[in-house]
Design a protein around this ligand. Structure first.
Ligand SMILES: [Zn+2]
Length: 644
């Protein structure tokens, strides 16, 4: 294969990118960078999905033209991807003219093939999913993903795509291409779904202006899901640039979330079959990211901004965590504690320390210049060869987490090699001078090779490591650089630590008492107001009004790990949802709080408690030595109401 075209799902612009979105992009980026490392001509596509009614509504609510709103969101997304060092080659937006051309082309081809027909759709529609729902998909009459939102009953003229016709061709394709849908668990789900029978799907919406008009009936627009899938082909010239399309289509890999496999592995291939276009070679459905076991969701307040996560320890440590700690294809969990811990273990103590140690020994014993003294390297070279072979197999099979683990096997082996050969002892014995030279050279070589293997995962850190072990910056190529070398002189640079150890965040930098807003057990850290000294502790009404108290409704509550007193709450404060930590676990079961109306200090500076950022504080009466009782209402007002 001389070229590789890979894509991620395009993102809905009605919300900001979060760590779950970022996870997909980072993993796809690692694949793209690995292909480039292998010398394969690679094209990596990402983009934004803009023809959504939710986008249209949001823009209207903010008094913006929808396109202006989408322009704004493009900047938001690009900023996040730039911070995470995601190296896409192309960024498509479904409002671009190239995408309109591609969409018209596929729609026309399918229409001309007789696989689109006019009908009437009557049934349930979830506005938030922008999806038609069958009765059997609803739970208590509501969309399972949006249980608080009533689906709409819709009756309108729709054009339907004859998906039912493609049941057997799809089954044949799956049988002939066992790798078409991966991992295996997703493949089996999809196969069962196809075997269960396919029904025709709506491909248009009537009476909407925001979308791509149907070429044969401009009173309807292409349904946003149908439109979105086509981006993969329109980005490489479908309906416009024939030469480009021939070069890059079909895509080699679609990386998507496991929730949209039906669209990608059933509807999209059937659309391509109907349009008589080649099918993508592989679709990979990754799992979901959870935050301490909870689904990341805006409503639950469990959203992590990937820029905040990258700012904490750097983009490369974040990328390493996402790739190494989560089995690609399975679900994974994130917590700030675990993120810090892995940073300290893998980077500060292990790889970073290795780089510093070898540089310092090279300077102490060999003035920074290393060259091999023996014809062959030690056993470290044989371990390295095995690691490289295993790494290639894992990365080629998209087992990215294994690829990362293999690279760290080499780092571990180098640390063990240094401990076993003890260069500081060799240095005391002049007859061991050659042995010392070789040991130091081999250690530096192991670092160089580990940096080559980790380059797709931690690109800028690995360039820095290569610079420090004396490799000139000529870009890396796996065939040339991905093997053990016992030759040449290296000049090592001795500089500061790559990853200083991160001390676990304690509450010292934090204005709240260690265990949260329950003064009953822990006295507040803040000293009493100066006025107290003069004997008059009373404050003015202006002082009091500085404290903004608001009515809030508890949306979710959970115990904070390793804390007897803390609960993590997600609350609705009217115009937003917030996460806060309250020291009331001894008095309340988390379940009992959900739905309760409470009072929160709205304008409190955020504080970190047990690694969780608390934005606000719940008012509670805290008798000395007794259990706290939260302040609540007989007739709860609306969330957001000011209390004074
Ligand atoms: Zn829904």
């Amino acid at each position: 294969m001389t070229r590789f075209f890979l894509t991620t799902a395009i993102d809905y612009v009605n919300s900001q990118p979060h760590l779950g979105t970022a996870y997909e992009k980072v993993c796809a980026d690692v694949v793209a960078r690995y292909k480039r490392l292998c010398g394969v001509e690679t094209r990596f596509l990402m983009g934004n999905d803009e023809h959504s009614q939710n986008v249209f509504k949001q823009a209207q609510e903010r008094g913006l033209d929808p396109l202006t709103y989408c322009d704004e969101m493009e900047r938001v997304f690009r900023k996040a991807w730039a911070r995470l060092d995601v190296s896409f080659d192309d960024f498509i937006r479904t409002t671009q003219s190239r995408h309109k051309a591609g969409t018209a082309e596929i729609a026309t081809r399918i229409y001309n093939a007789g696989d689109i027909y006019e009908g009437v759709y009557e049934g349930w529609y979830c506005v938030s999913c922008e999806e038609f729902k069958q009765e059997k998909d609803l739970v208590n009459g509501n969309c399972p993903l949006h249980p608080t939102l009533k689906p709409e009953w819709i009756r309108e003229k729709n054009y339907f795509f004859r998906l039912s016709k493609y049941q057997q061709p799809l089954l044949d394709h799956f049988a002939a291409h066992p790798d078409f849908m991966q991992p295996e668990i997703r493949r089996n789900e999809i196969l069962r779904l196809i075997e269960g029978g396919l029904i025709d799907v709506s491909m248009s919406r009537a009476g909407q202006s925001w979308g791509i008009p149907l070429p044969w009936d401009p009173t309807s627009v292409v349904y946003v899901w149908f439109d979105a899938l086509i981006n993969y082909a329109s980005a490489v010239g479908l309906g416009g640039d024939r030469a480009m399309f021939e070069k890059w289509w079909p895509a080699d890999l679609h990386v998507i979330g496991k929730d949209i496999t039906r669209f990608h592995a059933v509807i999209w291939p059937a659309m391509l079959m109907a349009a008589k276009l080649p099918l993508p070679r592989q679709i990979f459905g990754h799992g979901f990211m959870t935050l301490k076991g909870q689904r990341m969701s805006k409503t639950l307040g469990t959203i992590i901004d990937p820029i905040v996560a990258a700012d904490r320890l750097g983009p490369d440590p974040l990328r390493l965590y996402l790739v190494k700690e989560i089995t690609f294809g399975g679900d994974g969990d994130f917590s700030w504690e675990r993120y810090d811990e892995r940073y300290n273990v893998d980077l500060a103590n292990n790889l970073g320390n290795l780089v510093s140690r070898v540089a310092s020994m090279a300077h102490r014993y060999r003035a920074g210049r290393l060259a091999p003294a023996a014809a062959t390297s030690d056993q470290l070279a044989r371990i390295a060869e095995q690691v490289v072979a295993d790494y290639r197999t894992s990365m080629g099979g998209l087992a990215l987490h294994e690829g990362a683990a293999h690279a760290f096997r080499l780092v571990d082996a180098a640390n063990e090699f240094i401990a076993a050969t003890s260069p500081w002892t060799l240095a005391k014995d002049p007859s061991q001078a050659d042995r010392l030279s070789q040991v130091l050279f081999d250690s530096a070589e192991a670092i160089r090779l580990a940096a080559v293997l980790l380059e797709p995962i931690m690109p800028s850190s690995c360039r820095e490591i290569l610079r420090r072990v004396g490799v000139s910056d000529q870009g890396v190529n796996f065939d040339r650089d991905g093997m053990w070398r016992n030759g040449g002189e290296r000049v090592l640079l001795q500089e500061g630590p790559l990853w200083p150890r991160k001390e676990t965040t304690t509450v010292s930098d934090n204005p709240l008492p260690p265990d949260g807003p329950s003064p009953g057990a822990t006295p507040p850290a803040a000293p009493p107001a100066p006025a107290a000294a003069s004997g008059d502790a009373r404050i003015s009404i202006d002082d009091f009004m500085k404290v903004e108290l608001r009515v809030a409704r508890v949306l979710a509550a959970e115990k904070v790990e390793k804390s007897k007193r803390l609960l993590k709450l997600s609350v609705d404060v009217g115009n937003e949802h917030r996460t806060l930590v309250a020291g009331i676990a001894e008095a309340y079961e988390p379940e009992a709080l959900v739905g309760k109306t409470v009072v929160v200090v709205f304008n409190l500076k955020p504080a970190k408690l047990m690694g969780i950022e608390s934005n606000g504080m719940v008012l509670a009466a805290s008798p000395d030595g007794g259990r706290p009782t939260i302040v609540t209402f007989e007739n709860p007002p609306e969330p957001g109401t000011r209390v004074r």
